[in-house]
Design a protein around this ligand. Sequence first.
Ligand code: P6P
Length: 342
Amino acid sequence: MHLGTTLTQFIMEEQRRVPGATGEFSALINDIATACKMISNGVNHGGLLGVLGAAGATNVQGEEQKKMDVISNEIFLKRNEWAGHLAAMASEEMDEVYQIPAGNPRGKYLLLFDPLDGSSNIDVNVSVGSIFSILRCPGESKTEGPTPVRAFLQPGTQQVCAGYALYGPSTMLMLTTGQGVNGFTLDPNVGEFVLTHERMTIPADTNEFAINMSNYRFWETPVRRYVDECIQGKQGPRGRDFNMRWVASMVAEVHRILTRGGVFMYPMDEKLRDKGGKLRLMYEANPMSFIVEQAGGAATTGRGRILDLQPAGIHQRVPVVLGSRNEVERITGYHLETQAAA
Ligand code: P6P
């Protein structure tokens, strides 16, 4: 029976095209994939394993942690701390940088992750996901001492890899290393991720937007203008009708956009201004922006390219507008028009 191209095979074949590749990166991807398979098992067995519900704690974001948030974070740490590929890790669920435990070898990469994004959906059986980003550890940080926060504070353009796992009707792993975006579907009978979606691309135009409409009164003028025009449909300046989606799970929204186009917005709003936005730059916006751009889409804060931002902290938040290039450019244009008129 033909299994198709496995993730391991795909990564190893890509590695052969990289002069001087040591295989360390390929092994790291496999460790991340193993973590995602274990989380998929936990998510897919939900109530049967007693892993649903609140963990009885809040994370550094001040958000209530679900049991699966804590379990997923532990899985990412344990699957990735032992092999010697990483200098350190950073997670949405942990305030501080996670240092590789003494006695374990250290490597040249930094791993950042949101172990279970959209976890508020897990108790109602709606798709959730894991998001990850890989950076190179700057030279001076690979010494014996603890890896400092500043080693992580690199613009998104420095990512060597970004990906997400989507725990939905099927479990998928989407990956980019800067050579396009490829999708792998978990074959639960074999326990392997198999290449099913080669070189995914986002249509430049769309009739579908995703935003949490309950925040309308807090939005800035350009966002209200864009959404108003979509709702006016054929009778409005856009001359066509639009559809709306909101899953409240960024991984599910981005996957839909990769599959059929669309635009996703979690823009700045008045109640979030002091925090800088809703979504986190280092392990949500940057990896998703890398993936979206590699699929031909665009990703901005509304005012500038997300991947160009110089981070000030590992939990920094940013406004996000990403997806079909022509719609993102329109929304960004509205922001710049408003700025110029001010
Ligand atoms: P709201 C999930 O908590 C998340 O970080 C993203 O995955 C999602 O797009 C957003 O927040 C949902 O936010 O305000 O609709 O609950």
